[in-house]
Design a protein. Structure first.
Length: 130
């Protein structure tokens, strides 16, 4: 399993929020597919095979959604996919809506399937208020 390091509200694997799309593609260093996530998306998304990167209208990275092909580490603790309770403990303002957990203050979204985490999204500051 590949490891990703996250600094909340700052970066994902060394790629800073606000990085230009071309820089993200270069730093990811793997093939990608560009697609429209939904008809409501304001821009296209890059799918790097297990990591989806969302961009604002200026092609700046605003969120990374990571699927369970990757192991996510924050502050030297593995928090995804198997230790999601560690991540929930780090977040002070988690709200639950069915199988989706959101931390507005930390710009984190977690999609669950029962007790199993399917994906985790890390966004730029105020991502859920944009």
């Amino acid at each position: 399993m590949k490891k990703i390091t996250v600094n909340l509200l700052e970066s994902v694997n060394g790629i800073k929020f606000g990085a230009d799309r071309s820089e993200v593609r270069e730093l990811m260093g793997v093939d990608f597919v560009e697609y429209k996530k939904s008809k409501y998306s304001k821009n296209t998304t890059d799918d790097f095979g297990g990591i989806h990167v969302f961009y604002d209208s200026n092609n700046k990275a605003e969120a990374f959604e990571i699927y369970n092909d990757y192991e996510v580490e924050i502050d030297n603790k593995v928090v995804f996919p198997d230790n999601i309770s560690e991540l929930l403990d780090m977040l002070s303002d988690v709200e639950r809506d069915g199988d989706y957990y959101t931390s507005i203050g930390s710009s984190v979204g977690i999609t669950m399937n029962g007790k199993k985490a399917e994906s985790v999204l890390f966004g730029v500051k105020d991502y859920y208020n944009l």
